[in-house]
Design a protein around this ligand. Sequence first.
Ligand SMILES: Cc1cc2nc3c(=O)[nH]c(=O)nc-3n(C[C@H](O)[C@H](O)[C@H](O)COP(=O)(O)OP(=O)(O)OC[C@H]3O[C@@H](n4cnc5c(N)ncnc54)[C@H](O)[C@@H]3O)c2cc1C
Length: 415
Amino acid sequence: MSEERAEVVVLGAGIVGVSTAYAARERGMSVVLVDRCEPGSETSYGNAGIISSGSISPLNNPSLWKALPKYLTNRHAALRWNPAWAVQNAGWIARFLADSAASRLRPRATALHGLIGASAELHRQWIVKAQAGHRIRETGWLRAWRSDAVASAKQEQAFLSEYGIASELLDRQAISALEPGIVPVYKVGLLHTQTASVDSPGAVVKAYARMFASAGGDVRQADVVAIVPDSNGWRVALADGEILARHVVVALGPWSADILRPLGYRVPLAFERGYHREFKPNPARPLRRPIYDIDGGFIMTPMEQGIRVTSGVELTGRDAPSSFAQLDQVVPLARGVAEFGDAVGDTWRGSRPTLPDGLPMIGPAPRHAGLWLAFGNQHIGFTTGPATGAAIAALIGSAPPPYDVTPFAPSRYLS
Ligand SMILES: Cc1cc2nc3c(=O)[nH]c(=O)nc-3n(C[C@H](O)[C@H](O)[C@H](O)COP(=O)(O)OP(=O)(O)OC[C@H]3O[C@@H](n4cnc5c(N)ncnc54)[C@H](O)[C@@H]3O)c2cc1C
């Protein structure tokens, strides 16, 4: 058993925890980053790798009401839900739906716009500094419709332009010019031109963790068992020792609520589970950027190992058995667009950690000095991890965060 001391202990080495640890280290603090796995092995490994400038509207926006009838059938690839989970979590669902009211859209979009803007800037700096610059592609993100959805695409474009976010409306021909390797199945496209993507989000997080270690940070592989307040700050109990620290940051992604329960915090965190499977690309017909097939309900991204097809949302318990129904539904559709070969590797499952208002928690725990919460980054955690971490590091150092963090205050749900 070992005992260590640090100014800051960051729990969780996904994109959020690694970013927090690095940002705190950059401010000169002594920092230990703890994870039971290697950095970037869980949710931050399996995502679609999009650094999305335009994802300022959470999933529970006013258009959700229109889509609800098709989702209630529980057959659409974009959203499946477990009826038993829905009954047990009726309160969470009611809050989630209440936040999709039109009056709640712009305040949340403004909040996310600040977070995303700061984060995309940090990603672009850090990825070069971390010697992983070859992994980022500035080719945008194509959101594409098989149906004649010009009106929807124009509405999205107008909304984005209110926030100064650029996009290009494309017809079938323009999509073919942009992506000559794909079958021309899409009638309408909206290219988010300021969005970037990476060819391995897990490798990027690992590169950021190495950058943290090179800057003098300490990366520790251990299971975190509990966090206990004591007279000098915090005692972090590990399976094989403990760390004493003035500040503890909970950045455990979908596992964050568990560690806080013994302290009396009941966090309304749900799990929007998703899956990916990767396929051998056809080198004669390359994919140049991530494509979101909106009618099909999936994303495909060119990755280091192949073409990664990611599924929509499955609302159920975090640890419930896997169901490959959504992936099995969309893979033939994706194959009809990108003409890829056999699957490589195993099917992956992860959980997008989501609070009812779709905003992460970024800030102090209400009843415990030195306890900081950094989780709930839903569908855009890979994008927003760096600025989530930068804000927490600033707050710990009593400095102003790089954007307005008040909408992300944990006190909106916890007391
Ligand atoms: C299918 C899918 C596609 C997505 N696509 C995108 C995308 O294109 N762009 C985007 O921006 N976001 C995307 N996301 C969302 C994004 O992946 C997540 O929001 C983000 O990865 C969350 O990061 P995190 O650091 O909070 O959590 P994680 O990456 O899950 O990190 C939490 C860490 O805590 C560790 N941990 C947990 N419990 C313990 C314990 N007791 N002791 C020690 N360690 C522990 C875990 O090992 C893990 O490493 C997608 C998500 C999914 C599921």
